[in-house]
Design a protein around this ligand. Structure first.
Ligand code: 5AD
Length: 345
């Protein structure tokens, strides 16, 4: 089959062979058709709606030392902070008034927040804002812990798999971390009933195009409800400081292929995509993404949550810039909505 026929088949069946995916990734002559097909598939399920999530970065302490990440525990140049339960509730209050109906609590793996503490915060948010969804993005935990957080009312959990190739996983993480445990966590989250998010970085060190195909096949099999994809961006205090960032084109291609393979997925146009290119987030939406996650963290602390250099955290990336974000989405034909924005099966 030529590439146009492959694309057509993918748009209508949502199935592709690894070889066909590789062909599309390797050939940029059909990028425009690819993005348009992904956009049609998204519109057939979610219309032109773009869902917003209020991102609250609750802590930049982390017990892990992932080689790519700016807040890894080995980085002594980070000014560490933690939000109190009250700080978090203040963020939700401000976010609710702006129209957010999903709050995402994201942080490094920080044992300071016990299950009990997190459960209390979740219950408080759900009782104050019963029409809102709570999403957690707090890394690897035990199944018991995930179950307790779910029972407290958390609706969704984001945990990127980072790369679906175990050899590659080992090149990005210290030996204490394992691909096996990552997958165990994702399986547990799904089994417990969370709307579950996976995802990966594009252009991370040592990544091959075969790895990217593997990521897509892995997602097709896992069937997560949410999928976060962003370019790798080097951070000056990591061993990958001299590595190249992932490209805009490759990231958009991966977003579009993900949309075609998993038509119902909730896919954010990520902050990292907005960081490598001025209109990256708009291009992500046009290539099939349907979520944006503006920053609701306390403004003075945002600069300390630096996973990679030059992370945007002001202007339309910030919750305060929501009006500007609405305009920029309107300009390209999409509409930001005040809605929990749940997965549509
Ligand atoms: N570049 C891009 N993304 C990164 N992340 C962590 N470090 C970087 C980096 N240097 C991503 C990881 C993680 C998510 C919260 O941020 O994929 O899961």
């Amino acid at each position: 089959m030529n590439i146009k026929e492959t694309l057509k088949k993918l748009e209508h069946t949502h199935i592709a062979e690894p070889q066909e995916l590789l062909q599309i990734i390797n050939d940029d002559s059909c990028d425009t058709q690819l993005f348009e097909a992904a956009d049609r598939v998204r519109k057939s399920i979610y219309g032109n709606k773009v869902f917003i999530r209020g991102l609250i970065e609750i802590s930049n302490y982390c017990k892990n030392n992932c080689y790519y990440c700016g807040i890894r525990c080995g980085n002594k140049n980070v000014e560490r902070y933690r939000l109190t339960p009250d700080d978090i509730l203040q963020c939700c209050k401000a976010g609710y008034a702006l129209g957010f109906r999903t709050f995402v609590m994201q942080g490094g793996e920080d044992n300071y927040y016990t299950d009990n503490m997190l459960c209390d915060i979740i219950k408080q948010i759900k009782s104050d804002y019963s029409d809102c969804a709570v999403t957690l993005s707090l890394g690897e935990r035990s199944k018991e812990s995930y179950q307790r957080l779910y029972n407290a009312g958390a609706d969704r959990y984001l945990l990127r798999h980072e790369t679906a190739s175990d050899k590659h996983y080992e090149m990005l993480h210290p030996t204490e971390m394992s691909f096996k445990n990552r997958i165990r966590c994702l399986m547990d989250l799904k089994e417990i009933g969370f709307q579950t998010g996976a995802g990966f970085m594009v252009g991370s060190p040592y990544q091959t195009r075969e790895n990217l195909v593997n990521d897509l096949m892995f997602l097709k099999k896992l069937q997560p409800q949410m999928i976060g994809i962003g370019p790798f961006i080097p951070h000056r205090d990591t061993c990958f400081k001299n590595e190249k960032a992932g490209s805009l084109r490759d990231t958009l291609v991966m977003v579009a292929l993900t949309r075609l393979l998993l038509p119902n997925a909730l896919i954010p146009s990520t902050t990292a995509l907005g960081t490598i290119s001025e209109n990256g987030r708009e291009l992500g939406i046009k290539a099939g993404a349907n979520v944006v996650m503006p920053n609701l963290s306390p403004v003075d602390l945002r600069k300390h949550y630096t996973l990679y250099n030059n992370k945007i955290c002001m202007d339309t990336e910030a919750a305060e810039g929501l009006e500007a974000l609405k305009m920029s989405m309107q300009n390209i034909g999409y509409e930001i909505v005040t809605d929990r924005g749940d997965y549509r099966a």
